[in-house]
Design a protein around this ligand. Structure first.
Ligand code: PEP
Ligand code: MN
Length: 345
């Protein structure tokens, strides 16, 4: 439910509405944006109370009208929050004017590998270094990541190259640990509906990249974001990374690029795209990266590796460092064609 106040509503009138909502044990939130103040109710309203509450609020001084939110998610919706959210991490604004590129290896394997990749990210205009330390592998026999040693390397590389860092956290009990080393947490596609994890990240207030589950609908994805937002953490960055494909022979998943404009319409949250996990093959990563920016994505999450043939994880989809350099040059052209700057430094 959204209570829109009159343009000239007095602060006491606004406060009275907030107090009234609270009297019913419901949570009132100030909705930014627009010229007029609006107050949202970010709690489930018991059906039997809906009519009474609507009439009561509509009769209060300064209230213009009361409307219902049509979606199950509230805090994630643009209805509730018309102004686009910009998540700022170490001076990097995600969801603002500029297109932001996060890149790095799938998994942190060694100091040399990570530092070589980080140097390329920095040199070619990337702003965020990615690298997995806790890897969600399909097989228990595959490389599982370096764990805390990997996190230490990530922090070191981020500092050495002045890059913000992002890494996956798989377990709610590890949120504090991972937060001690990385600037941005990542919820992997397999964990999009791990509600205790989302709740713990919500409580941590850490910026988070929330990947879309391969079988998740857009509404399920936005409801997952709602778990984080409803705990008071506004720093959610959505990441499309491909959905279950019709044809697995040529790509790993199907990149749902239509999700970008759809989610931009439904939600105020920044949206980035991971073409690497969607394609599963480095050959297609550049095309889909460019398409993502053209479609309105706020940034990219791309896997790169100094020597993909020797990668311990996802080598087939990782760009070599020189291909990454070419991609960054091409992306600048696409970004400027859609009116989004992409700084060189
Ligand atoms: C990753 O980014 O390292 C990863 C495992 O991706 P996803 O969760 O999208 O499969
Ligand atoms: Mn990977």
């Amino acid at each position: 439910m959204i209570v829109a106040m009159n343009a000239g509503a007095a602060p006491e009138e606004i406060q009275a509405v907030i107090d009234k909502i609270s009297e019913f044990g419901l949570r009132a939130v100030d909705l930014p944006g627009g010229e007029r103040t609006a107050i949202g109710i970010a709690s489930a309203i018991p059906p039997e109370l809906r009519q009474t509450l609507t009439e009561l609020l509509e009769s209060m001084p300064g209230v213009d009208r009361v409307s219902q939110v049509s979606r199950a998610y509230k805090l994630a919706s643009r209805e509730f929050h018309p102004v686009s959210t910009v998540v700022t991490v170490k001076g990097v604004a995600i969801g603002g004017e500029e297109v932001v590129v996060a890149a790095g290896p799938c998994a942190i394997e060694s100091r040399e590998q990570l530092f070589e990749a980080a140097a390329a990210v920095r040199l070619h205009g990337g702003k965020i270094l990615r690298g997995g330390a806790f890897k969600p592998r399909t097989s228990p026999y595959s490389f599982q990541g370096l764990g805390v040693d990997g996190l230490k390397l990530l922090k070191e590389a981020g500092e050495a190259f002045s890059l913000a860092t992002v890494t996956e956290v798989m377990d709610s009990h590890d949120v504090d640990l991972v937060s001690a080393y990385a600037d941005i947490l990542q919820v992997g596609a397999r964990n999009m509906q791990n509600y205790p994890l989302l709740t713990a990240i919500g409580d941590s207030c850490r910026p988070v990249v929330l990947k879309r589950g391969p079988s998740a609908t857009i509404d399920e994805w936005l409801l997952a974001a709602e778990y984080v937002l409803s705990r008071g953490n506004p720093n959610v960055i959505l990441c499309e990374r491909g959905v279950h494909p019709l044809d697995r022979e040529h790509t790993r998943y199907t990149l749902d690029l239509s999700a970008v404009p759809v989610v931009k319409h439904l939600s105020h949250l920044p949206v980035i795209v991971d073409p690497s996990h969607a394609c599963g093959n480095w050959r297609y990563v550049a095309a889909m990266s460019k398409a993502a920016i053209a479609a309105g994505a706020d940034g990219l999450l791309v896997e790169i590796h100094p020597d993909p043939g020797r990668a311990l994880c996802d080598g087939a989809q990782s760009l070599k460092l020189d291909s990454f350099e070419s991609l960054m040059q091409e992306l600048r052209l696409i970004a400027s064609a859609v009116g989004r700057p992409m700084p060189r430094e």
